[in-house]
Ligand binder design. Structure first.
Ligand SMILES: Nc1ncnc2c1ncn2[C@@H]1O[C@H](COP(=O)(O)OP(=O)(O)OP(=O)(O)O)[C@@H](O)[C@H]1O
Length: 228
């Protein structure tokens, strides 16, 4: 792992056993990501983007090769991995995954509800909703919000743990182009202001354009690194 690397992905392969058949999803993938970087994983459907994101979030593991994270020992035990997942990394998904019976405010609080925190959780959630432009919508249910607003709630929820790494899986896939652009502006703002490292899996070249660089994946292999 080089001095500046925040994440180092070294020659990873991933395969799944499907009955008697072995499905090779990723092959010999290597790249490094620096702290505060803004990187797109760009590739068509089925190319392996989600699989790679899951491994960067340590919820899945390579069949071969290694992924090293700054501040996580390569021999991390389950407890350290759990703490990494809780404190270091957050996700934003295409489908928002908000709980329908809970208000925007309660949805934002959710990741920290089971944990004793030293600050006023509801107050922090309110501040985050204000930051994402939803200060007037904190008591709304997801069904009372537009798609773009629901994604803003999901982004506020992702920020409640103050993550250093934000993994976004097609975060604008369900949105029209102007809503997509406003969500991208928000993600860029978070990346710039908080120095949160941002990795966005997408098939949309317009999303890749707003990143510092893009890693193009095809059939489980990197076929280009492009710097914007
Ligand atoms: N648990 C699994 N078992 C078997 N095959 C899997 C599993 N998970 C993913 N795959 C296969 O791996 C390939 C890559 O899937 P992945 O979801 O990573 O692609 P993707 O680029 O994120 O696609 P999309 O943009 O459609 O979400 C697909 O062919 C998929 O069927």
């Amino acid at each position: 792992m080089s001095e500046q690397a925040f994440i180092s992905v070294d020659n990873i392969c991933k395969s799944y056993q499907l009955g008697t058949r072995e499905v090779n999803v990723l092959q010999n993938v290597s790249f490094q990501i620096a702290k505060g970087d803004r990187v797109a994983l760009l590739g068509p459907s089925g190319s392996g983007k989600t699989t790679l994101l899951n491994m960067l979030g340590m919820i899945d593991f390579p069949s071969e090769g290694s992924i090293q994270m700054e501040s996580l020992s390569p021999s991390a035990r389950p407890k350290e991995l759990q703490s990494f997942r809780r404190n270091f990394v957050s996700y934003v998904y295409q489908q928002y995954h908000l709980l329908p019976q809970f208000s925007a405010l309660d949805n934002v609080c959710l990741p920290l509800v089971p944990i004793k925190v030293s600050f006023n959780l509801r107050e922090r959630a309110k501040q985050l909703l204000e930051r994402v432009g939803l200060g007037e919508r904190i008591d709304h249910l997801p069904s009372e919000l537009s798609g773009g607003e629901q994604q803003r709630v999901a982004i506020a929820r992702a920020l409640i743990t103050s993550p250093r790494l934000l993994l976004c899986d097609e975060p604008t896939g369900n949105l029209d182009t102007s809503t997509r652009d406003s969500i991208l502006d928000l993600l860029i703002q978070i990346n710039q202001e908080d120095q949160t490292t941002l990795i966005i899996a997408t098939h949309d070249p317009e999303v890749a354009k707003v990143c510092h660089r893009s890693i193009h994946i095809r059939d489980g292999q990197i076929d280009a690194h492009v710097t914007s």
